[in-house]
Design a protein around this ligand. Structure first.
Ligand SMILES: [Zn+2]
Length: 272
């Protein structure tokens, strides 16, 4: 069991794990010992970034080192609106002379948030994707991989429609559009990506790589050939590429719109 601080336990430990917390006991000026409730750093959905969260209320007394179960409420120090709740329990292990903490759950769910753009790209499979996310957060590699693969396979048409929309918008080669349209009718995502021979627009590349090729290489591995840990790595890559890709697609449309605005403003100026 890892030795962690109370702050690490709250910020970094997924529900379902037991850890030793080394700095749990916190005596006030009168010498009353309560569990520690440090400020923590989390993503705030209201502020849309990482912010400090402060504990709200009074921590339970643990001076007699009796086992406890507790709900902890935190709120964002910046907007004072976004909240975070934890359900935890603690047991003092005499032999080891340590507090062992267990996290039952937290709300909103553990882990970094999934950007809205990625959710939009995935559409109807949002729940499946978030289940994959939950597996990934808890280190369940096979589960995460299977959920993500299912999302990509199910939403293949949607992903291709989006690439076609953006490619058209960017004035891509008609041959590429035709290939993309054809690929959409393939049953499997890997088969569909293999059918595309023309280069996709530069602005959709991720570090110079075609995101479809990246997803293809992740998805073409069989779950039975990989260990749980390898599945977790692949699942992690699929999620990162999907999120990044959703971002590129949205950004490409935005950049183009801004460029058009700028051009028409200047053109009007000249005409005026
Ligand atoms: Zn906030």
């Amino acid at each position: 069991m890892d030795d962690l601080t109370q702050r690490d336990f709250l910020e970094r430990v997924p529900p379902g794990a037991k850890v030793c917390v080394t700095d749990l006991e916190n005596a006030d000026r009168q010498g009353t010992v309560r569990y520690r409730t440090p400020d923590i750093e989390l993503h705030c959905t209201t502020c849309n970034g990482t912010r400090f969260f402060a504990f709200l209320g009074t921590a339970d007394y643990i001076g007699k080192r009796e086992s406890f179960k507790s709900f902890l409420s935190y709120y964002c120090r910046n907007c004072r609106r976004c909240q975070k709740s934890y359900a935890i329990s603690g047991t003092y292990e005499e032999a080891a002379n340590k507090w062992v903490l267990y996290k039952y759950g937290e709300e909103p769910a553990f882990g970094p948030p999934t950007p809205a753009r990625a959710i939009t790209l995935i559409g109807p499979d949002r729940d499946e994707f978030l289940k994959g996310r939950r597996c990934e957060n808890q280190g369940l590699g096979v589960g995460a991989f299977v959920y993500y693969r299912r999302v990509v396979e199910n939403q293949k048409g949607r992903i291709f429609d989006e690439i076609i929309r953006v490619s058209r918008h960017l004035g891509a080669d008609e041959a590429l559009i035709a290939e993309l349209e054809g690929a959409k009718t393939e049953v499997q995502f890997t088969k569909a990506t293999e059918a595309i021979k023309h280069a996709i627009p530069q602005s959709l590349l991720i570090n110079g790589y075609n995101p479809l090729t990246l997803l293809h290489s992740a998805l073409s591995q069989g779950v039975h050939e990989l260990t749980d840990e390898q599945c977790l790595e692949v699942a992690n890559s699929i999620r990162i590429v999907l999120i990044e890709f959703a971002d590129r697609l949205a950004q490409a449309m935005k950049d183009e719109a801004e460029l058009n605005d700028a051009v028409s403003r200047l053109a009007n100026k000249k005409a005026g």
